[in-house]
Ligand binder design. Sequence first.
Ligand code: 2RA
Length: 331
Amino acid sequence: MKVAVVGATGLVGGEMLKVLAERNFPVTELLPVASEKSVGQEIEFQGKKYKVVSMDDAIAARPAVAIFSAGGSISKEQAPRFAEVGTVVIDNSSAWRMDPTKKLVVPEINAKELTAEDKIIANPNCSTIQMVVALNKLHEAYKVQRIVVSTYQSVTGTGKKAVDQLMQERAGGEITSQAYPHPIDLNVLPHIDVFEDNGYTKEEMKMVKETKKIMGDENIRVTATTVRIPVVGGHSEALNVEFEQEFELEDVYRILRETEGVEVVDNPSQNQYPMPKDAHGRDAVLVGRLRRDETQPRTLNMWVVADNLRKGAATNAVQIAEKMLQMGLLS
Ligand code: 2RA
């Protein structure tokens, strides 16, 4: 199967190539796409060398699927061009996520909604993916009414420039990479993406809007504070979740242990709880620190950690492609 990876030289694009290889996705020909200046650059995939190609050449090759991680403006312009030649596009940018004609998919939750008509599919925001993976089965059991979420997000979510800024600050040398308006080492920034008129950031509003769409329930109320912290392994989130139905903690543990993609790590007496260093490079969504909110009924506190480049982006996108293949929606 001809597969294009658009944004192949970026952090997420590189992770997509790694995941495609790890999961033995049936790639017979790879079309790595990046900016014009990268055309001709060689990358290695499954022991073979491929040259980066231009967007036009990739479209002309009519790949079966094109997995994008190249920013919203490029996706808005180029995804329809791929779709016109019959390519299925799975896009990691925010460009199509809230488009009512496009599906926003976490395979474990709503892949069943995909049809042959879906030619552009949106991959949700990383901070949303790990939250809904952790909550979806609890929602089915107890019906989520309200989520208060605070995130502690890795600099890898911003990209290579941010990782370089952190490492340069930490090394104490010259700072040539400035991804943030402030130092990030030994600091935290309550500022991810741009601020909107309501005082929330775009990142916070993504969590509010995307959660409802993926879980198929416009009545779920979400309020978010998203924060950048100086780590690289993955995003962490503190969730306070109010349900319509009462729950027993042991049932919550059972449901989470049975939830696809979730790993319960919760033994505080042994200092065992989810941490980015343990999520790094893995696809599992780690859940722990489960405890009843003693200030109000039917409410649970939990801590959720996942590698934002993997399940938060690359793996979720590849899993969508795998599901479509299984469903006969990819030729
Ligand atoms: C971030 N979730 O962490 C956003 C985009 N990857 O910056």
